[in-house]
Structure formats: structure tokens, C-alpha cells
Design a protein. Structure first.
Length: 76
């Protein structure tokens, strides 16, 4: 079950609190403490290629787009 499907079903169960409680107990996606899905980009929401140094929390694509604005220089 994908995260979007989980949210759709949860939306449908709002009128039935007992069934919703049971559904959440058994079907909630687990919290990630490590691995590729533990952190996501603050700008676009991607999970992979995360740059967390300097507390940036950006994916590599977003970092390349805004690196000059932040103050990073490209050295060749």
C-alpha cells in the first residue's frame, strides 16, 4: 500500500472512528530512522541524494539550482 492510498482510505474512515483507530494501528507506515527514506528535501520532497551538511536538507538537484544564491562557488 502506497502512502497516497493510505491517506485516501484514512479520509474515507473519518466518519467511523472505531474502524479508523483499528486501521491506523495495523496499517500506518512505519517511521524511518535510517536509510534513503529517512530524510527528504525541504524544497521539492525527494528522498534520494540528500545533502544534510550545513543543515541544508536539500536533494542534489535543488542544491545545484540554488547553490549560487546560497553563496557556494563552483571550483574546477
Amino acid at each position: 500500500m502506497t502512502a497516497s492510498n493510505w491517506k485516501k482510505i484514512l479520509k474515507q474512515l473519518k466518519s467511523k472512528p472505531e474502524k479508523m483507530k483499528k486501521f491506523i494501528k495495523h496499517n500506518k507506515p512505519k517511521e524511518r530512522k535510517s536509510g534513503i527514506a529517512a530524510q527528504k528535501c525541504q524544497r521539492c520532497g525527494r528522498f534520494g541524494a540528500h545533502i544534510s551538511s550545513y543543515n541544508l536538507h536539500l536533494c542534489r538537484q535543488c542544491f545545484r539550482e540554488i547553490a549560487k544564491e546560497i553563496g557556494f562557488k563552483k571550483y574546477s
